[in-house]
Design a binder for this molecule. Structure first.
Ligand SMILES: Nc1nc2c(ncn2[C@@H]2O[C@H](COP(=O)(O)OP(=O)(O)OP(=O)(O)O)[C@@H](O)[C@H]2O)c(=O)[nH]1
Ligand SMILES: [Mg+2]
Length: 299
């Protein structure tokens, strides 16, 4: 008969479970009514002050992180159909080269949501060169005008790029919320140089009092459980680990990190993708609105 000792020696411990028993953030999934309520809240969203025409949200992050796809995804979630707000990449090259403002159409012809997204070139990965942190800081302060083409070799100058340099920006031109888009599947591979660049920009945003958020994209690529079922996003230990890594590497608290799956190949809306996207946009515009109100009364 097998002794107790040899039995314990040969039986390996079961692997730790990959999921939490309970989700660590509450979300009502697969519920059209709940999604419609979230959408209605964004549709009814109003600026807290009349000094500005819209809230400006800037997206930064590594090349290919999903910045442009996030803009498209928000547009899809708001419109309920496939839209083409920003051009996303289909290759590994830095795709967005120009500084561009994206507005989101409302149902009524000619009407738009009172917030815009600014899309910029990504920060370098490997040999692909990217945007200068000095340029991003100038954008935060409202100095760079729409249409400027980023130059990875040198940042914008007042003298050389007169046409695209705004010498005296108003609150309307400034950024009201900084959103860093970080890919969940490759956060560990982001170089120290890029992390330093992101931190330099975040430090400046902090000094200016601008609220900061992380959108953690590509959750489907980071966790097979989530790839099969997005409603597992707050059950997945892997996703929480990745969010904690984002929090540690960038110094952003967990409650400012939003995991999403962007639209990248789907042509019809998915209710659960929309729910995560609407959760992110609701908080982003609320933070931006509060910031603008504070600024308006201290200017
Ligand atoms: N699986 C998956 N793919 C995604 C997701 N988000 C974006 N992608 C894909 O990732 C690639 C890069 O996305 P982009 O939106 O162009 O990234 P970007 O940050 O704008 O890139 P640059 O403009 O080059 O800095 C595209 O092929 C997208 O289809 C996601 O959540 N899941
Ligand atoms: Mg892009």
């Amino acid at each position: 008969m097998e002794s107790k000792k040899s039995f314990f020696k040969r039986t390996p411990l079961p692997p730790p479970p990959l999921e939490f028993d309970q989700p660590w953030r509450p979300v009502t999934w697969n519920d059209e009514r709940e999604k419609d309520l979230m959408l209605e809240k964004v549709k009814k969203f109003q600026l807290r002050i009349a000094h500005i025409s819209q809230l400006r949200i800037l997206l930064d992050g590594p090349v290919g992180a999903g910045k442009s796809s996030f803009i498209n995804s928000i547009s899809n979630a708001l419109r309920g159909c496939n839209t083409a707000a920003a051009l996303a990449s289909s290759s590994g090259l830095s795709f967005t080269l120009k500084y561009k403002t994206h507005r989101f159409k409302k149902d009524l012809p000619g009407s738009y949501y009172p917030f815009v997204f600014n899309d910029i070139m990504g920060m370098e990965t490997g040999s692909i060169q990217g945007v200068h942190s000095d340029d991003i800081i100038r954008i935060l302060k409202g100095h760079i005008k729409e249409g400027y083409t980023f130059n990875p070799v040198s940042s914008i100058t007042k003298e050389k790029d007169k046409e695209y340099y705004n010498i005296s920006p108003s609150l309307n031109d400034k950024v009201h919320c900084l959103v860093s888009v970080i890919p969940a599947n490759s956060i560990s591979l982001i170089s120290e140089d890029v992390i330093k660049k992101l931190q330099t920009v975040r430090d400046k945003a902090r000094d200016l009092g601008i609220p900061q958020v992380i959108v953690m994209s590509m959750v489907d690529k980071a966790c097979t459980i989530v790839q099969g079922d997005l409603t597992k996003v707050y059950h997945s230990k892997k996703i929480k680990e990745k969010m904690q890594e984002c929090s540690n590497r960038l110094g952003v608290p967990m409650n400012y990190i939003f995991p999403v799956q962007n639209y990248y190949e789907q042509i019809t809306n998915n209710i659960n993708m929309d729910i995560l996207l609407l959760m992110a946009i609701t908080d982003i515009i609320t933070f931006a609105n509060d910031y603008v109100e504070d600024q308006a009364y201290t200017e």
